[in-house]
Design a protein around this ligand. Sequence first.
Ligand code: AMP
Length: 339
Amino acid sequence: MLAQAAAKLGLQCHVFSSEADACSFQVVQRTTLADFSDQAALEQFARDCDVITYEFENVPAAAAAFLAKRKAVLPDPGVLATTQDRLIEKNFVRNLKIATAPYAPVDDLAQLVAALAKIGTPAVLKTRRFGYDGKGQVKIRKPSEAAAAWQAVGEAPSILEGFVDFECEVSVIAARTGDGQVACFDVTENEHRNHILKISRAPARIPAALLAEAPRIAKRIAKAFDYVGVLGIEMFVVRRNRTPVLMVNEIAPRVHNSGHWTLDGATVSQFEQHIRAIAGWPLAKPVRIGRATMVNLIGAEVDDYARSLKVPGASVHLYGKGEGRPGRKMGHVTTIVVK
Ligand code: AMP
């Protein structure tokens, strides 16, 4: 989708992937299939590009640093060091005086027992690295489950988070340029099933004060990173003494699934905003053109795509990923209601 947005602006992409079936290979002419540790391949790739970006946060830090010595890599790979580690990320957010769930680092079972005593139950134990869509996460309902939970995360360095009894989950997709311009899309409300995003709705049905506060939080985070490109910030809406407030759950240093509705529901997509930002171009001012609902097609749900094709007004996106393994995001369908 980034490559398609670049093509719309007359820019060409060269995609580097370590996976032979990378779906972006289907839409660009210049491709490199190589491991992220292959320095000769990285070197050649850097030579062929004017600017380099990434669209998933687990790009090995060493590969990003190698490329950054040769060409501009945006957003700066330093952002990865923060967002690849849940503890560093949470500390970063807390240092900005932005609310998060209560949390504590856990490096061994004794620390987990102590953290449970401090934070209480229910709680969620999450590995610090390589967790997404609920992977590397386990809910702890009572303190006696500590040892089993520690085993379940493979005894990997983790954090314990207090379980947040949220009213809903929302996200902000923000774009920022090198000279500090920021443009946010309307706050999106997200519904997860089995920890995987299932439905995004824009605008979020939350109080006006929070609709204004969420982009302010996103801007503070983007500024603190001196971020260039698009980032997604996931937040919980929590009721505190009857007043709803926002807590940041996670920062995604990339275009985000909850922003896919912008392809059909806004005058500019998150993908185009990202390309504009990294190309050093001005951002567009996004205008939402209706009430948007995006539904992910997960695993075998994609087999039923023909039904979505028949829905009046629905826009169907299929990613060309091949096999619809359980839990894999295979496509999405967006509907826009214009009043
Ligand atoms: P994450 O990988 O941190 O984005 O978590 C995936 C999903 O798990 C979130 O979108 C929430 O639905 C749920 N979740 C994660 N952390 C918490 C928490 N501390 N309290 C309640 N639910 C959570």
